[in-house]
Design a protein around this ligand. Structure first.
Ligand code: G3P
Ligand code: CA
Length: 324
């Protein structure tokens, strides 16, 4: 009982400590995409700790439920492209030959070895120059474990690095009889993330779910609508009624180069007119299609297109660029 009390007092002091510090909502922000995923396997606690040391403004968490309703920090509903599930549990795939997080308990998930992302059909590593596949000893973890890590590191280093959780595939979870969003909102609130002042940005690709989070669930968090295609941003005015920002694929911002100069779509200025922040994804130093270098990508989007932040696998490089 005493230890629970001490734990709760500790949490309260961490939360109130973070509220005393500056909010990053009005600066150009760096979001560590899946942690420092350019250097260590994505969404591992090691990758999050490394990202924290690089001083981004936010660290991202993609969230999927386990069979026993624990939110797991993992990019997809699948396990087979970042773990050894196919060899550890060879008969637990579904008809489509994929292995789903939701079919495994938290204890089972903890037995898996996490590795650098690979193609499950060929076994080939997606980013060949990153951390070598199959090396190291990395594990899956829950949202709670990651929040304890980030808040603990904030307390120990006197920083106030925020979190940027994503509700993954809400429709899929609903079909499986689960409510990911409500479970996540409860945990966020327990850890002190309740309003726009709390350095937490909640993101989702599903516009119906994001609107539900604002209107029905009455969340006061900073909300970002993720978008991928032109279709997704057709109704920007409606998005602005429930969201505070958009997270577009960066190709939605650039148009074409004319006489060596990039032309832009109207997305950023349209969003800004509606008071929406713009945080495009994903800035990768080893994959920057359309640009001749990573530097050109950073300058074009962060300076010339005047976006408000960047999801990046290389937080150190974008932090350095913005400082310069
Ligand atoms: O959430 C921003 C960015 O991460 C969206 O793409 O597929 O990496 O989650 P994804
Ligand atoms: Ca994401």
């Amino acid at each position: 009982m005493k230890s629970i009390l001490l734990f709760l007092i500790g949490l309260l002091s961490i939360s109130s400590n973070s509220q005393k510090k500056e909010s990053y909502m009005n600066t150009k922000i760096v979001i560590a995409h899946r942690g420092a995923s350019g250097y260590l396997p994505e969404h591992t606690l090691e990758s999050k700790a490394m990202a924290h040391a690089m001083n981004p403004h936010f660290i991202e968490q993609d969230l999927v439920l386990s069979k026993d309703d624990v939110p797991i920090v993992i990019h997809d509903v699948y396990l087979d492209d970042v773990t050894d599930v196919a060899t550890k549990f060879p008969n637990r795939n579904r008809k489509d030959n994929r292995f789903y997080v939701i079919d495994f308990t938290f204890d089972e998930l903890k037995t898996l070895q996490v590795t650098e992302r690979f193609n499950p059909e060929t076994g080939v590593q997606v980013y060949p120059k990153r951390f070598p596949k199959g090396k190291g000893n990395f594990k899956l973890h829950s949202l709670q474990e990651e929040l304890e890590l980030i808040q603990g590191l904030n307390a120990a280093t006197n920083k106030n690095i925020g979190i940027y959780p994503e509700i993954k595939a809400p429709d899929f979870h609903k079909k499986e009889g689960k409510n990911l969003t409500e479970i996540v909102l409860k945990i966020l609130s327990y850890f002190g993330y309740k309003t726009k002042k709390d350095n937490c940005i909640l993101q989702c690709f599903d516009a119906i779910e994001l609107e539900r989070i604002r209107v029905e669930l009455k969340s006061e968090l900073f909300l970002v609508q993720l978008t991928e295609f032109l279709e997704d941003v057709k109704n920007l005015e409606h998005i602005a009624t429930f969201a505070d920002g958009i997270g577009p694929w960066y190709t939605q911002i650039i148009d074409k180069k004319v006489n060596g100069k990039w032309q832009f779509t109207s997305l950023v200025s349209d969003a800004h007119k509606l008071g929406l922040k713009v945080h495009p994804y994903t800035f990768r130093a080893d994959s920057f299609d359309g640009f001749s270098s990573f530097e050109e990508m950073m300058k074009t989007l962060l300076i010339d297109a005047n976006v408000d932040g960047a999801f990046t696998d290389f937080p150190d490089l974008v932090v350095h660029f913005l400082k310069e």
